[in-house]
Design a protein around this ligand. Structure first.
Ligand code: PLP
Length: 395
């Protein structure tokens, strides 16, 4: 009989030559257990997904309840489905009035694809501006606007009419013109290694986009749902985008995303051409039910209020002279060292000792931390001690 590892390697498509190969048996709260009974603390939340922990009871309950009513019934946008209605209404109630209408999709990259198409449709323009080192997803459109050439060169040609600016460089905003359909930006860059803009940068960006009639798209796929200490990171900067994209932590562990804008904008996707954007499974009722429960837990349990305090505690607990820099907003961390080799060893040591940390796509000298927002203080301290010791051993 082939082993689980052999089946995985032979029949499940791989994304790299060196997968972690932890064989998952169960996950609960901040913990993942493997088939050998080893207990891992998940300090990255499945990469910014399980912000309220694995299998939150209220998310599981909402899923089970929806399973008893209906699963897929019809391609997106035709039937009235109460899980979609409730989620869209809840999102509209907590977002600024100009972000009133949600188009539900299945993932972050899909949310960005929809947002780009919507911006073209609103403006009648084709120019797209994005940031160097950004990450917006792996499908052709999102890859085209992602700023890491290493991940792109093998797949050209990609979308035309895309220009790149430096994140946080005000002088580059002059590249936004009357030809620009949209600027897409992560308000805090995630896979660039947690890059936090200077106060005023996003306001200047907003002003320039408004002056030139370009749509401003905030990709909050990684920063959303409390990760940075606000429900959405744009709240830190008092800047409202024209289009907001979300996914990852939206579904409490289920696959769902959305691009969100005004009703007036969204209506443009219904004509010239009709069915301007379509998806079969977007807004799946089970995932919408999970997403609503997830959002209610984040809001009702006061989880966002705990984020800054927990972030500060982690920063205090993980100190070592070999750390060059810690970049942090809330519970979104990049811990930077002098070399990628050192980071490699530290991440491997943490995982061996039962704490899951991980690399960034475009910042090999740092590793990421993004624990669940509701991690207990005991688990938080335990995980930090493992990480601190791994750093010490590899200093
Ligand atoms: N945008 C950002 C900022 C992301 O961090 C990611 C994923 O890491 C994506 C988009 C793509 O999301 P998905 O992997 O769900 O397609």
């Amino acid at each position: 009989m082939p082993s689980a590892e052999n089946i995985f390697l032979d029949h499940v498509a791989q994304t790299s030559p060196f997968p972690l190969k932890i064989e998952v048996a169960k996950a609960e709260g901040s913990h993942i257990y493997d088939k050998q009974g080893k207990d891992y603390l998940d300090f990255i939340s499945g990469i910014a997904v399980t912000n309220i922990g694995h299998r939150h009871p209220l998310v599981v309950k909402a899923i089970k309840s929806q399973l008893d009513d209906y699963l897929h019934v019809m391609a997106y946008g035709e039937f009235i489905q109460s899980p979609q209605n409730k989620l869209a209404e809840k999102l509209a109630s907590i977002l600024p009035p100009s972000l009133s209408t949600s188009y539900f999709v299945n993932s972050g990259t899909e949310a960005n694809e929809g947002a780009l198409k919507l911006a073209k449709r609103i403006t009648g323009r084709t120019g797209i501006i994005s940031c160097r080192k950004s990450y917006h997803g792996s499908t052709h459109g999102s890859l085209s606007i992602s700023g890491n050439e290493v991940k792109k060169y093998a797949f050209r040609p990609l979308l035309p009419d895309v220009q790149f600016i430096d994140f946080n460089r005000i002088s580059d905003l002059a590249m936004i013109t009357e030809e620009t359909a949209c600027v897409i930006i992560e308000p805090i860059q995630g896979d660039a290694g947690v890059r936090i803009p200077a106060l005023g940068y996003l306001k200047a960006l907003r002003k320039r986009c408004t002056e030139k009639g370009a749509m401003l798209i905030f990709d909050e796929v990684q920063t959303g749902f409390g990760r940075t200490g606000k429900l959405f990171a744009f709240e830190h900067f008092e800047v409202v985008p024209d289009i907001l994209t979300i996914a990852k932590a939206m579904g409490g562990g289920m696959p769902i995303g959305a691009f969100i804008s005004s009703k007036e904008h969204m209506t443009l996707l219904t004509h010239d051409p009709v069915l301007g954007h379509i998806t079969t499974f977007g807004g799946h009722p089970v995932n919408c039910a999970a997403a609503l429960a997830n959002l209610e837990v984040i809001l009702d349990d006061g989880l966002i209020e705990e984020v800054e305090e927990k972030g500060r505690l982690i920063q205090q607990l993980i100190t070592h002279p070999s750390i060059k820099e810690i970049r942090r907003k809330g519970l979104m961390f990049a811990i930077e060292f002098d070399s990628a080799e050192r980071v490699q060893k530290i991440v491997e040591a943490c995982i061996a000792d039962g704490v899951i940390t991980f690399w960034f796509l475009s910042c090999p000298e740092s590793f990421r931390l993004a624990p669940p927002l509701n991690i207990s203080e005991t688990d938080l301290r335990k995980g930090c001690e493992v990480i601190r010791l791994a750093i010490e051993r590899n200093a």
